[in-house]
Write a protein that binds this ligand. Structure first.
Ligand SMILES: [Zn+2]
Length: 464
């Protein structure tokens, strides 16, 4: 069934671009091999060593005759850019994925995290889900465009970027600041969204990331008079810190929807059972009651975080002896702000909410800038809707605001409309071990993603 629909879709999509249809069985195999090769290269933070992955990709690009260049922000911290040229009548489309991965605790793993293990249709490796599948898929798309000599209105640029997991200072921020020309584009497709499939590997919905929250972490530093544990003091920093943390974590920040989250809940409401739809509609109507917000949170804690700036205490430290009042205590609060929230307004507000004069609020350096969500009417978003509807007519397609951060924050802030899409995830385990132990990716949905991405790129960049 899917095959028939797919053939129909391909025929419609490429008829005007006069391009051949890729040899998909071969391309799917090749993309998987690239992914396996990439996960075997240890690019874990904090060292990164993305240069190893960049060189691997460069060798392949050279063999295909695709011009490419490696940019090093610091020794070993490399990003690679390659380009297939179009006729220049439209501005470029950027396809990117990050080459670095988070560190592993090897003892926790059931597999060698850098062994490239493929077993029963699943690849287990650090980076399989985040983000080397996206790198391999974007890379495969570029290879196919070149080999099939697809006529393009836009240049298609591939970027394998460094340092995403640490905020992108030596990756996307460096590229935008120092080598904007190499990656400048109107539109971008990055990680951050995906299909969601069931036990039969059928997609049940697709989520295209068009916005994300931005990390605005703070430290709370409490100071007081140190003394003997037998004598209570009014400025005990442990007590002040505990009150400040409790007040912040109980503070309900204002509810605010943007174009993405409004459309997200609107589309969910259309398909949800009546009781659930009523909750989404109450959120959409504005100023949802505390009861409505609680019900939303019960459906998914992620939904609750999608409608507001979230405040989550993650670290508390203070004291060293059971009978000594320390002079200091410290906490870290992971704040995830709505994309356009102004920290200059937020932090003074939080200080008032804490209401503890001997607790200072110290913001962490900002890596991800405030930005506007990407439009739901752009060529990329419309192409996703068209391609996905051809593959799975009537399937639910949701624009999504991630609660986590990606390089798309910097791209959007720089005026490049960035969209998130990647390999499909299982509905019973959406996290897929990402950032944890035994990270994995299902091979078939990964390969389906490669086909979808190619079709979307043809739709956005192919000559009509
Ligand atoms: Zn990632």
């Amino acid at each position: 069934m899917r095959c028939y629909r797919y053939l129909l879709a391909s025929a419609l999509l490429v008829s005007s671009a006069a391009a051949q249809t890729p040899d998909w069985p071969a391309a799917r195999k090749e993309a998987l091999q690239t992914l396996v090769d990439l996960v075997k290269i240890d690019t874990s933070q904090p060292a990164g060593n993305e240069i190893l992955a960049a060189r691997y990709l460069k060798t392949k690009l050279d063999a295909e005759g695709i011009p490419s260049e490696i940019f090093e922000a610091a020794p070993g911290r490399a990003s690679i850019v390659a380009r297939v040229k179009g006729n220049g009548s439209k501005r470029p489309l950027l396809l990117l994925g990050h080459l670095d991965v988070v560190a592993v605790e090897r003892d926790e793993w059931s597999f060698d995290p850098f062994g490239g293990v493929v077993k029963d249709g699943i690849i287990y490796a650090r980076g399989a889900g985040d983000d080397k599948g996206v790198v391999a898929g974007s890379f495969q798309t570029l290879l196919l465009l070149q080999r099939l000599k697809v006529p393009l209105d836009r240049d298609v640029i591939f970027l394998g970027v460094a340092d995403e997991e640490a905020g992108g200072l030596r990756g996307i921020s460096y590229m935008l600041d120092k080598h904007r020309d190499a990656i400048d584009a109107e539109l971008a497709i990055n990680e951050g969204g995906s299909g969601v499939f069931n036990r039969d590997f059928e997609h049940i919905r697709f989520e295209i990331q068009t916005a994300e929250k931005t990390p605005r972490r703070i430290d709370l530093k409490a100071k007081g008079t140190s003394g003997h544990g037998s004598v209570p003091l009014p400025d005990n920093p442990v007590a002040s810190l505990a009150r400040a943390v409790a007040r912040l974590s109980e503070y309900e920040t204002p509810v605010h929807l943007n174009d993405t989250t409004r459309e997200y809940f609107r589309r969910l409401a259309e398909r949800a059972p009546p009781e659930e739809a009523a909750i989404y509609n109450a959120v959409l109507a504005g100023n949802p009651s505390p009861e409505t917000q609680q019900k939303l949170r019960e459906i998914s804690p992620v939904f609750y975080s999608m409608i507001r700036t979230s405040i989550v205490p993650t670290i508390m430290k203070g004291g060293y002896l059971k009978n000594v009042i320390p002079s200091e205590a410290e906490a870290t609060i992971d704040i995830r702000a709505l994309p356009f929230e102004d920290p200059e307004e937020l932090f003074p507000r939080l200080k008032r909410i804490m209401n503890e004069p001997n607790v200072d609020l110290v913001p962490h350096p900002v890596t991800r800038p405030a930005h506007s969500p990407a439009s739901l009417k752009s060529d990329v978003f419309l192409a996703f809707e068209k391609v996905l509807n051809m593959r799975d007519p009537g399937i639910l397609i949701l624009p999504r605001m991630s609660t986590g951060a990606t390089d798309s924050a910097q791209l959007r802030a720089a005026g490049i409309a960035s969209y998130g899409f990647g390999p499909g995830r299982a509905v019973w385990d959406l996290a897929g071990g990402i950032h944890g132990k035994d990270e994995y990716l299902y091979v078939k949905p990964f390969q389906d993603y490669v086909e979808i991405l190619y079709d979307v790129v043809i739709e956005v960049a192919g000559t009509k």
